[in-house]
Design a protein around this ligand. Sequence first.
Ligand code: F6R
Length: 651
Amino acid sequence: MIDLLPIHNNPKASISYQHIGRTDITRFEKMHVEVFSDSGTASIAVAREIAELIRKKAAKGEICVLGLATGSSPIKVYEELVRLHQEEGLSFKNVVTFNLDEYYPMARHNAQSYWSFMHEHLFDEVDIPPENINIPDGTLPLEQVYPACMAYEEKISQYGGLDFQLLGIGRTGHIGFNEPGSSNQSLTRLITLDHLTRVDASGDFHGIDKVPKRAITMGINTIKKARRIILLAWGYKKADIVKETVEGKVSSVIPATFLQEQQNTTILLDEEASAELTRFKTPWLVGPCEWTEPQKRKAIVWLSHNVGKPILKLTERNYNENGMSDLLAIEGSAYALNIKMHNTLQHTITGWPGGKPHVDDSHRPERAEPAQKRVILFSPHPDDDVISMGGTFLRLVDQGHEVHVAYQTSGNIAVADHDALRFAEFTRDLNQLNRVSTQELETTIDELQQREEASEIDSFRVRAIKGLIRRGEAIAGARYCGLPDEQIHFLNMPFYETGRSKKNPLGPEDIQLIQDLIQEVKPHQIYAAGDLADPHGTHKVCLDAILQAVDNLKDQPFMQDCWVWLYRGAWHEWPIHEIEMAVPLSPQEVEKKRQAIFFHQSQKDGVMFQGEDSREFWQRAEDRNQATATLYNQLGLTEYEAMEAFVRHHF
Ligand code: F6R
């Protein structure tokens, strides 16, 4: 028999999760939540629980019935299960699986089908008998879907129900594809996908128009009958929906809240996905909290925002009424605390991102010496440099530092076919003028003109053209910022070159490319994209590669003098209390930054991976930089037009 109680109060449970943070169920949380430092550690814990269940059942000669999910969240769980199979002899011979859902209509072998996903990530790698695999069938004619859904339910029942159900959560609050409005009693059925779900899937399908509008999904009731449920959520994008699921009212508006009624459910989060939970966001409202310096900063920024006053105007009463009286007791008075915090924030602001030469730098974010620094600005895609830190880039060059920019990937996947076609035809026509007809170009033009399926993988030639388009744009942008050509580097990291959204894992050759450049330049400063949110996103992979390269080089003398600053990508800014360097931009600098972004023509107007935000990159960058300046100003600091923000990576 499987243990029905949640792990934290189940004396029989044998898996111990290596969680961080507070484990008591607070008065805000209505579900059992475990928070891990990262999704990898959490996924290993889940895989172990599944493996133990499979083994226990096998020992008793029983079948283990697993409900499985697709999407980015469970990938590392499947990786660990495959490893357990290959290295520790875990057998799937006694396992029967039922997948949560499948797009409709959807051919099995389509790259985007959940059938393909499951075979690629798990089934092809383990010894599960093919007849034990059940996935809703996206190929059925419409009239056969309903009976097939009923048969799916029946088959689950015949096996005695699901022993274990693995879940992810969509930003709409869906589990499976039970979108808002789904009833608590719903069973397996055909549903219409929510617009936001289709937006989130649009990256995989090369545009929202190609995402199916419907799907077949197990119902809420089907899921809830499982004897053990684990829901996974990683990254800041899930933080809001996680809070609503765990702390909100049970309602079909957020279908995942129905899990609050299931005592056998555990929600596993990484730190980012847990960030909006009250116990992490505002722990002082929950109970006594540990007043570290970062916690004080976070609390006072929050208090100032909450009561709508600049820091220097906060009163003792404001602190007492907002759960922070113990902080006042430690610090003595609101007056002293306010001044201390105001100064701390003031010291993060500098117009000298490379350090102000020959001055006292004890209260400045960067060192004064050496006055002229060598800098490498790593840009995951060919436009992140100017979008995310164009103003700082311009200042570093103007202030005489030797700035190198390194474009980590070709970015070819984000160039539309019509742009590639335009350039291919242009090259062909130019060649024809010179009476050189190139057969290869004709083939490429045919490929681009005949493109129908979103799932088609770009050929090497198409990728080369798309990569060249982005390369030309990046060179123009970097030259505009004042860089000589020899300081513009294209790394073309191989992990990215798959011709589709799904990338290869990071390999030693990717890291070597970065290491070689760092060794050549011997930088005093490295700027890198610190987007930690999406564990499979290109920015995160690019950052992992840099951190690995830096770690490999850490014993080299020049590295003792190398500081790493992290900027955020186009969508998200560092929270104010975490910012360690804020670089103000004048209205003229904002204008110049906009011009630099304009060089990235292929990423303007209806870009391929737009998401739900219809603003162009330059607008997002300006809105974000202006919002940071406004927030600083609301805290009582000087009013600037805009600000770019950085956090230092401490080793
Ligand atoms: C997948 C499924 C969905 C996903 C959810 C989260 O089978 O049923 O509910 O779990 O959309 O997707 P990711 O993990 O990609 O964020």
